[in-house]
Structure formats: C-alpha cells, structure tokens
Design a protein around this ligand. Structure first.
Ligand SMILES: *Cc1c(COP(=O)(O)O)cnc(C)c1O
Length: 389
C-alpha cells in the first residue's frame, strides 16, 4: 500500500537506502562486457576496493552474501574438515547450517545471542586441538540479527596465542564500509561481504577478499569440487579486466559510484559518522528505559541497535503500527528473538536528521502501542548529536 505522501523511511539493517547518485549511475545502456569500457570499469573498481577491504586481492561474484559465504568455504575446506564457529545470532547459525550441508564438521561455541565470539574460548578450543584437525575459524564480524560486533583482532590473537594454523574466515556483510576493517592488518584469510548493506547498493554482488595462504589452498586444488565459485577462474579473468561469465555490469556502475562516495567522504569519517549514530541511538534507548540486546559495551554495533521489548509486548505488533502510521520499516527479530526485539538500522546513506526522524518514529510508535517507556529518547539523541556535531 502506498503511503499518501513523503518518502518511506527504510531503517532495516540491510538492504539499505541507495543514494540517488548511485541509482542514477546505474541508469546506463548495456555495454559490451568484453570491450574496453568494461575493462576500465572493473579495473578501476578493483583498485577502489583495496582501501575498503584493506587488501589487494578481492573477487566479485554476481550473488548475494550467501553465495560469497559458500565461495569462501568451497575454495578452502574439504568435506570432513573441522571448522570452529561461534553462535552469535541468526547469521552465524545460517552459516553454520551451510557448512554442515557442505559436509564440514562444525565445532560450535554456543552463545546467548547477546555477545560476540569469545576469543578466550576460541583460544582454549584451539589449544585442545593438538593434531590441528580444525582447519578454519569462522566468525561473523557484525551480527546483524543482534547488533553485536565480534572483535576480530582479538580472535586473530587467540589463534596466534594457540600457535594454531587454522584459517580465519570473517563475514563482514553488514560491517564493511561502516565499521573499521583491515583484512591484511588483522590477519584475516577470507573476508566475505556483499553489496546491499554498508556499500549502499541493491543486492546482487558478493565479495571475497583472499589472503595468499587461502589463495594457495584453492590454487593447489584444495577445497571442494566447485566451478562457478572457483577463485582461480575469477582472478585469471580479472587480471585483464574481464570476467569469465556475464558480469552484473549495471551493479558495477553503482559500485564504482558508491566507492567514490565512501572514499570522497573518507573512510575514517564514514566510521566516525556511524559511531555517532550508534551512540545517539543508545542514548535514546536508555532514555526510553528499554534494554539493548548487546550486553557488552565493547561489542556494541554502530550499524544497528537491537532493542528488547518489555515482557508481554510484541515487537512485530510495534513494527506494524509504526509502518502503518508513520511509513517506516524497522528490522524484525529473527528466529530465536522473533517478536522479542526490533532492530533500528543506522548504516549506509544516512545523516543526523534521518536518525532523529527514525528515532521520532520509534518513540511515537512506543506511545501508540502502549509500550511502557519514558519520553525523551529523541531529546537525548538530539542533544548528543548537537553536542558532537
Ligand atoms: C545479510 C547478511 C547475510 C546474508 O546475506 P544475503 O545477501 O542475504 O545472502 C549474511 N551475514 C550477515 C552478517 C548479514 O547481515
């Protein structure tokens, strides 16, 4: 149903709002994907991706993030290999399920969905693995279902402390381009990402950043039987600025533009902007007297905030009321926390007044739905935004 007037507020934590410049950049006629214009476009993009991932070797697939997850696993791991995973929320669970379906043996560190991956526990598990049967540690950086960030440098440290050769695989699907990240600097072997969250694009592009160690496994025929997801084919074609299949050319025009926007703003400024939005949102939630799902302050997400509903109140009923009355979409609680939390997305193409408007929509919704809360959340956020402007 179309709302009578004004612009829809899409405040789910992905897919995110696509900037008008990016939308316009994709409104282009078809070009020959084997011609010089395409090659210039792709080589330019691969250059601009370097600072965003913090590494030289990035491959792009026409896929969602789920495809990029699969690419990471099938290029590096063989059926029967053990993988250490941490249950941080819905997305870590989906990745776990995929690994199991592919025939990997997952050692799971269970979690209550209010914390990130625990470096101490990872270190302990790796120390116990004297025969080095664990081939990879897989972690979701920003758990989009809970608003909890796992501390990747500490996970790397844990692997090194244990003197363990396992690969480190990191899902940055909802953090890349919004939270600080450094594939090489943090010693990550495979970084998985996609287009529709911090990169401010429509869905349809998946990414793997690949360390020399991971590339070597894939090149030497390690991993699983694969064809479409094979890194070697992509890398070989990319060297000349081409792909060995028909690329998603118009999404690549959009990516070229969105990378320009991020690099022109400056990545540090982009990260600082998200920090302010995370902090301002938490100011609002505390002023309302509601609880943030993330229990550890060091693991707060600056990309989204999951807010717990008071006992006896349904988050989905609140979200429906907000959508029907104020034309704003908030993120739903997923699986284990369905109905118990709602998620405020504050990432991507987003400014101070968009956040103030978003929080106003939430506060009006809490009032309309009769959810017990204190007034003044928006005030608290506005004060913080003005103080830090
Ligand atoms: C969205 C998301 C995914 C899934 O990506 P799709 O593009 O939907 O396949 C995986 N992991 C995280 C952390 C996500 O936020």
């Amino acid at each position: 149903m179309a709302f009578p007037s004004g612009r829809h507020f899409l405040q789910i934590p992905g897919p995110t709002n696509v900037p008008d410049e990016v939308l316009r950049s994709m409104d282009m006629p078809t070009i020959d994907h084997r011609g010089p214009d395409f090659s210039r476009l792709l080589l330019g993009i691969l250059d601009k991706l370097r600072p965003v991932f913090g590494t030289d070797r990035v491959v792009i697939f026409p896929s969602s993030g789920t495809g990029a997850w699969e690419a990471a696993l099938v290029n590096t791991l063989s059926p029967g290999d053990r993988v250490l995973m941490s249950e941080t929320g819905h997305f870590s669970s989906l990745w776990h399920e995929m690994a199991t379906r592919l025939g990997l043996e997952v050692d799971l560190i269970p979690g209550n969905w209010r914390h990130g991956a625990d470096p101490k526990e990872i270190e302990a598990r790796l120390r116990q693995d004297k025969d080095h049967l664990i081939k990879a540690v897989a972690v979701v950086h920003n758990e989009t279902s809970t608003g909890v960030v796992s501390r990747i440098p500490q996970v790397r440290q844990a692997i090194d402390n244990a003197g363990h050769p396992a690969l480190l695989l990191v899902d940055t699907i909802s953090s890349l381009g919004s939270l600080p990240y450094d594939h090489d600097g943090w010693g990550v072997d495979v970084t998985i990402s996609c287009s529709q969250k911090g990169l401010m694009l429509p869905p349809g592009l998946g990414f793997n950043a690949i360390s020399p160690k991971a590339m070597d496994i894939s090149n030497r025929g390690g991993g699983m039987p694969r064809s479409f997801w094979d890194w070697g084919d992509v890398v070989k074609a990319n060297e000349r600025g081409f792909t060995h299949y028909t690329p998603a050319t118009n999404l690549l025009y959009g990516l070229d533009k969105s990378l320009d926007l991020l690099l022109e703003e400056g990545l540090d400024n982009v990260f600082a902007r998200h920090r302010r939005y995370g902090e301002a949102t938490r100011h609002a939630v505390r002023a309302w007297g509601l609880e943030i799902l993330c229990e550890n302050q060091e693991e707060y997400s600056q990309v989204l905030t999951a807010v717990m509903m008071p006992e006896g109140h349904d988050a989905d009923a609140l979200r429906k009321l907000i959508l029907d009355n104020f034309d704003m979409s908030l993120g739903a609680g997923l699986s284990k926390v369905a109905g118990k939390v709602f998620r405020i997305g504050h990432l991507g193409a987003f400014n101070d007044v968009s956040l103030a408007g978003t929080l106003a929509g939430v506060e009006m919704g809490l009032q309309l739905a009769g959810v017990p809360h204190r007034e003044g959340g928006v005030q608290a956020a506005m004060r913080y935004l003005a103080e830090t402007a």
